[in-house]
Design a protein around this ligand. Structure first.
Ligand SMILES: [Zn+2]
Length: 241
C-alpha cells in the first residue's frame, strides 16, 4: 500500500502498524546510469518487499514516500549530485518516521539505497527506538544480498536498473565508465581511506565494470532483496523492545 497513492481515509482504515520508508540519494552514477539510481532501487525494493510480505502474511505494509536526497557530498564534484548535511538528514528522516508513528505505523523499516546514508540511519533508528515512539531499523539492500564487491554504478547497481528501467542505462557509455573508473572504492593506507571525495580515485565516477551483469542479474538481485526485506519485516513485526 503506497502512502502517496492512498487517500487519508484509506490510511485511517488500514489495519497495520508496519511501514517501510525508502531512502535514496541523487548522485552521480557514472556517465551511463541515472543520478536517481539509489532512489529507484530503494523504492522498487520497498514496493516488492512490502507486497511479498502482504502476500505471505496477509497484513498490509505501508510504503512511505521516497526520500530523494541523502548524504552524498563525496560525489559533489560530479555535476548534478545533491547532498544535505548529516544533521539535516538525521532530523528529516527522524521526524518522518515519528510522523508515521503518530498515525500508528510504529514498526518501520527504512529501506536504503545509498552507502553514505548507512551510519546516520543506524544512529537515528537507534535513537527513535530507544525513545520508544517506534521500533525502527535500517535495511541496506546491497548488504543483504549475496554480491561481492558492490562498487559504485558497477555491475550490481547497473543491472538493477537494466531490469527496472532499462531505458535509463546508456549502454554506449559503459565502456567509458569502465575505462575511466576504478576497481575499488577509496585510497587505502594502513586500513584507512585517505579519500573523502570519489573524484580523487575515479574519473568516470564508476567503481567496478558496468559492462558485467545484465537485466537477468538485476531481476535476481531484486528478488533476493525483496525476500530478505519481507523476512526482516516479519522479524520487526514480532520483536518487542
Ligand atoms: Zn548508488
Amino acid at each position: 500500500m503506497r502512502l502517496s497513492d492512498s487517500t487519508w481515509t484509506d490510511v485511517r482504515d488500514v489495519e497495520t502498524d508496519l511501514a517501510v520508508l525508502p531512502v535514496g540519494s541523487t548522485e552521480q552514477h557514472g556517465p551511463h546510469a541515472p543520478l536517481g539510481l539509489d532512489s529507484i532501487t530503494a523504492e522498487s525494493i520497498a514496493d516488492e518487499g512490502a507486497e511479498r510480505y502482504a502476500a505471505e502474511h496477509g497484513t498490509e505494509v505501508l510504503v512511505g514516500p521516497t526520500i530523494p536526497v541523502g548524504i552524498a557530498a563525496e560525489h559533489r564534484r560530479f555535476d548534478g549530485t545533491l547532498w544535505v548535511s548529516e544533521d539535516t538528514f538525521r532530523a528529516y528522516v527522524t521526524e518522518t518516521i515519528e510522523s508515521l508513528a503518530a498515525h500508528g505505523f510504529d514498526r518501520v523499516v527504512v529501506v536504503n539505497g545509498h552507502g553514505g546514508n548507512v551510519d546516520a540511519l543506524n544512529e537515528l533508528c537507534g535513537q527513535v527506538s530507544r525513545a520508544g515512539d517506534a521500533y525502527t531499523v535500517q535495511y541496506t539492500w546491497f548488504d543483504a544480498v549475496a554480491f561481492d564487491d558492490l562498487g559504485h554504478a558497477g555491475p550490481a547497481e547497473t543491472s538493477m536498473i537494466r531490469h527496472l528501467r532499462p531505458e535509463l542505462i546508456r549502454e554506449d557509455r559503459t565502456e567509458a565508465a569502465a575505462v575511466g573508473g576504478a576497481d575499488r572504492w577509496g585510497e587505502w593506507v594502513s586500513g584507512t581511506n585517505l579519500a573523502y571525495d570519489s573524484d580523487s580515485f575515479t574519473d568516470s565516477g564508476a567503481v567496478g565494470d558496468p559492462r558485467d551483469g545484465d537485466a537477468e542479474l538485476g531481476a535476481e538481485l531484486l528478488d533476493e532483496a525483496a525476500a530478505s526485506l519481507s523476512e526482516l519485516i516479519a522479524a520487526v513485526e514480532t520483536r518487542r523492545e
